[in-house]
Ligand binder design. Structure first.
Ligand SMILES: O=C(CO)[C@H](O)[C@H](O)COP(=O)(O)O
Length: 248
């Protein structure tokens, strides 16, 4: 019997997360991403740590990832000045061949961007459905201060973003809240002709704490495709992850 699309996607996520373990070195300080692919990576990391094969320290990009990391006894570092990450491993909702990303489908975009920016190496792990010719089919998430919501919606509408406020998963009548207590707005641009220009426009709107465009941040992307995992770097041909040697 052929595996379902969901089974295939899950397998590709698992393969990408497994390949990411090649990037991990003993003693590293690691940023832990959010979402189902990042959770697979945290699980593998936790198992190696439990088996005594690895000593690392980490900070998580969401309460959910922190809880998972804690369940394995991964030592967690609180935010502090000067803290940098040797490596952050995170998922993505969409990515293009220039390693531009849309993130925040799980609502953790703010902390994800903070850690990505504080990292010497951002490794993105994803299944093959995430690689697209043009960003924008996946709704672009914004984290928004509640007071500013009406004006943010007006401003995003004026940019053609057809914004919707994300409902809470458990209770559709309520608005979803981020780990910081802010709201999430999803923008339906459909196709992003100029992500860099859009990022500047969104940054100029008061009340948007962060947007889900991650531009120039990813060092490399690991994509599970079928039985393989390929590494993509900006301006380079994709390489099989097992043969890739430019590890951090
Ligand atoms: O940005 C994110 C959460 O804010 C995730 O990385 C993104 O949603 C991908 O999730 P998944 O690995 O479950 O497909």
């Amino acid at each position: 019997m052929q595996p379902s699309t969901q089974e295939q996607t899950d397998k590709e996520k698992q393969l990408a997360a497994t390949a990411a373990m090649r990037w991990v070195r003993d003693g590293m300080v690691i940023g832990l991403g959010s979402g189902s692919t990042a959770a697979q990576f945290i699980t593998l990391l936790g198992q190696e740590l439990r088996d005594g094969k690895l000593r690392i320290q980490a900070t998580a990009t969401s309460v959910a990832s922190e809880t998972l990391a804690r369940s394995f006894g991964i030592p967690l570092l609180e935010p502090r000045r000067g803290l940098r990450f040797d490596l952050t491993v995170d998922g993505a909702d969409e990515l293009d061949d220039q390693l531009r990303l849309i993130k925040g489908g799980g609502g953790a975009l703010l902390r994800e961007k903070v850690l990505a920016t504080a990292s010497d190496y951002l490794l993105i792990i994803a299944d093959s459905s995430k690689l697209v010719p043009q960003l924008g089919q996946f709704p672009l998430p914004l984290e928004v201060v509640p007071f500013a919501l009406p004006w943010v919606l007006d401003a995003v509408d004026a940019l053609g973003g057809a914004p919707t406020v994300r409902p809470d998963k458990q209770n559709n009548q309520e608005m979803a809240r981020t780990d910081q207590g802010n709201l999430l707005v999803d923008c339906h641009f459909k196709a992003l002709a100029d992500p860099e220009q859009l990022a500047l426009q969104l940054q100029a709107i008061p009340g948007i704490v962060e947007h889900g465009l991650f531009l120039g941040l990813a060092s490399a992307v690991l994509i599970g495709k079928g039985e393989q995992v390929v590494v993509r770097k900006r301006g380079a041909e994709p390489v099989n992850a097992m043969q890739f040697t430019e590890l951090p």
